[in-house]
Design a protein around this ligand. Structure first.
Ligand SMILES: NC(=O)c1ccc[n+]([C@@H]2O[C@H](COP(=O)([O-])OP(=O)(O)OC[C@H]3O[C@@H](n4cnc5c(N)ncnc54)[C@H](OP(=O)(O)O)[C@@H]3O)[C@@H](O)[C@H]2O)c1
Length: 303
């Protein structure tokens, strides 16, 4: 799928059908010609597919929004998660190098163990608790070692009005059940996929203006402003939904806060997922809105 904008950047986007990729297809098209690929056209487990696509498009910039994101499932298929999130990224980076492209890539708060009390900065030592977190960290390392201009955008708790995410799951369950137990001892910032995609386009534009300066290469934290728990996120979403005209007469589940220890999952999550985003503000003059502001916008758009 190609979106043309004459005279601009030639961009190859992966993960077109994901939460972030879908939004990026729109925001990046303002910068130039975007070739937006899904798994069918560019499978990150296929070195041939990656090489062929990169040499056909010859992008100046690759934005990699494709990833293995099934955090719990990854515990039982670590090789597959690693194949996509680490080896796939290494192959993509080496293909980028062969055509002189820069790369923007996403990573996650799950590279940290959450034991820090305050928000994580980019120089904090990663220590993933899960297979998914480890595979994403290995992907970061592969990209950083490739010898190309790159930006790694670490984000957290991505949601939106479409796709598979916590918000849509909670809203559905809240209609089906009388009571919902939600974890309240993991703290982070729910980040709207659209905010992330708009910010990525702005970052890409500024970086292109700087001729993809390698001085800017590195890891950046990017998440909504503010913080909450999964419980706080669910509570605010249901409060907004109950107050909306669309929900008149509907009954919603009572929310009960619980500790993570009462909700065991195959993958362990960090207790503290807060990301300090000051570096991004400093280097790219970019920051995301408060999580509650964006959640209200998403909720207004939901039918
Ligand atoms: N979701 C979060 O809470 C979160 C938090 C922090 C960081 N991130 C990072 O943000 C980025 C975007 O995440 P997202 O929320 O948009 O994820 P998503 O909705 O799960 O989308 C990921 C996309 O990658 C595609 N994909 C999976 N395996 C692939 C492969 N082998 N080859 C090509 N494409 C493949 C998926 O295709 P299919 O549709 O065919 O499966 C899907 O369209 C990822 O790097 C993720 O690690 C996400």
């Amino acid at each position: 799928m190609k979106e043309k904008h004459s005279g601009g950047l030639r961009i190859l986007l992966t993960g077109r059908d994901g939460q972030v990729g879908r939004e990026l297809s729109r925001t990046l098209s303002k910068l130039g010609e975007v070739t937006a690929t899904g798994r069918d056209e560019l499978d990150l487990t296929s070195d041939y597919a990656i090489g062929d696509m990169v040499h056909e498009v010859r992008p100046q910039l690759i934005v990699n929004a494709a990833a293995y994101t099934a955090v719990d499932k990854a515990e039982s298929e670590p090789d597959f998660a690693h194949r996509i999130n680490a080896e796939g990224v290494a192959t993509l980076a080496s293909a980028a190098k062969s055509v002189g492209a820069a790369v923007i890539h996403y990573s996650t708060d799950y590279v940290f163990d959450g034991s820090k009390e305050t928000p994580y900065v980019e120089t904090d030592r990663p220590h993933p608790l899960s297979v998914y977190g480890k595979s994403k960290l290995d992907g970061e390392k592969a990209l950083a070692a490739a010898g190309i201009p790159y930006l790694i955008l670490r984000t957290s708790w991505v949601y939106g009005g479409e796709g598979k995410n916590f918000l849509l799951t909670i809203l559905r369950l809240a209609m089906e059940r009388h009571e919902l137990h939600v974890v309240n001892d993991q703290i982070g910032a729910p980040t709207w996929s659209r905010d992330l995609a708009k910010a990525t386009a702005s970052i890409a534009e500024k970086w292109h203006h700087d001729k993809f300066a390698t001085a800017k290469s590195g890891v950046y934290h990017i998440a909504a402003a503010g913080k909450t728990s999964w419980f706080g996120f669910a509570e605010e979403a249901i409060r907004l939904r109950s107050a909306s005209a669309a929900a008149q007469g509907e009954k919603f589940a009572r929310l009960v806060p619980i500790p993570s220890s009462d909700y065991p999952t195959p993958a362990e999550r960090p207790k503290n997922s807060q990301l300090d985003c000051a570096k991004l503000a400093r280097e790219f003059d970019c920051s995301l809105p408060e999580w509650k502001t964006s959640l209200a916008a998403v909720m207004r758009a939901l039918k």
